[in-house]
Design a protein. Structure first.
Lengths: 112, 117
C-alpha cells in the first residue's frame, strides 16, 4: 500500500502557483519524498525529491515540514501543460529496497 | 540519450495468443522495472531486475507472465496465453544504481498499450 495521502483532484488558474499537498505521517528516517507526474498517455516523469531540507529545481519546489510528516510540491507558475496526475512517494533512496509504489495521486487541472 | 525505449507502442491481440513486450533501458542504468497501469488498479510494479538479475517478481500476477533480461540493454515481458483482463498499459523504467541522494529516480518509457480481444 502507498504510504502517502493526497487529495484526489485540484484546480489551478494558469499563471498562478499550484500547491500540491501530501501527507506521509509514517515516513521513516531514511526515506525520501519523491514527486512524479504523469501527463495523459505518457509514462510518469520525475520532478523532484528531498529528505528534510527544502529543494528547488527548474521544474518545482519541494517544501517538507520540520517533522517530515507532510510536504508540498509547488509549481510556481502553472501552465496548461502542467495538467497531469501528480504522485507523492516515499522511498529509501539507496539500495534496492526502495521501489516506487504509486498511490492514486492528485489530478491537477490547470485552467485558462 | 534516447531514454527508455519500449516497443511496440500499441499491441492488439486475440485471447490465447502470446504477447511479447520489449524494453531498452538507458545505458548504464543498473535497475530495470516493469509496471502495469489500469484504471482500476493504477500503477502496479510487476518485477524488477538489478544488473540483469530478477530481484523481486512478487508483483507478477500469474504464471502466464514472465520477464527476462538477457543483457544490460534489453528486457522482455511475455504473456502466454493472453487474456482480455491483461489489457493495460505496460511501462518499463530504468534507474541508475548507487546510494543516497544522488539517486534521482526512475526514467519511464512511453509504454505499450496492450489490448486483448
Amino acid at each position: 500500500d502507498a504510504k502517502t495521502t493526497q487529495p484526489p483532484s485540484m484546480d489551478c488558474a494558469e499563471g498562478r502557483a499550484a500547491n500540491l499537498p501530501c501527507n506521509h505521517s509514517t515516513i521513516s528516517g531514511n526515506e525520501y519524498v519523491y514527486w512524479y507526474r504523469q501527463i495523459h498517455s505518457q509514462g510518469p516523469q520525475y520532478i523532484i525529491h528531498g529528505l528534510k531540507n527544502n529543494e528547488t529545481n527548474e521544474m518545482a519546489s519541494l517544501i517538507i515540514t520540520e517533522d517530515r510528516k507532510s510536504s508540498t510540491l509547488i509549481l510556481p507558475h502553472a501552465t496548461l501543460r502542467d495538467t497531469a496526475v501528480y504522485y507523492c512517494i516515499v522511498r529509501v533512496a539507496g539500495g534496492s529496497q526502495g521501489n516506487l509504489i504509486f498511490g492514486k495521486g492528485t489530478k491537477l487541472s490547470v485552467k485558462p | 540519450d534516447a531514454g527508455v525505449i519500449q516497443s511496440p507502442r500499441h499491441e492488439v491481440t486475440e485471447m490465447g495468443q502470446e504477447v511479447t513486450l520489449r524494453c531498452k533501458p538507458i545505458s548504464g542504468h543498473d535497475y530495470l522495472f516493469w509496471y502495469r497501469q489500469t484504471m482500476m488498479r493504477g500503477l502496479e510494479l510487476l518485477i524488477y531486475f538489478n544488473n540483469n538479475v530478477p530481484i523481486d517478481d512478487s508483483g507478477m500476477p500469474e504464471d502466464r507472465f514472465s520477464a527476462k533480461m538477457p543483457n544490460a540493454s534489453f528486457s522482455t515481458l511475455k504473456i502466454q496465453p493472453s487474456e482480455p483482463r491483461d489489457s493495460a498499459v505496460y511501462f518499463c523504467a530504468s534507474e541508475e544504481g548507487g546510494r543516497g541522494p544522488l539517486r534521482s529516480g526512475y526514467t519511464f518509457g512511453s509504454g505499450t498499450r496492450l489490448t486483448v480481444v
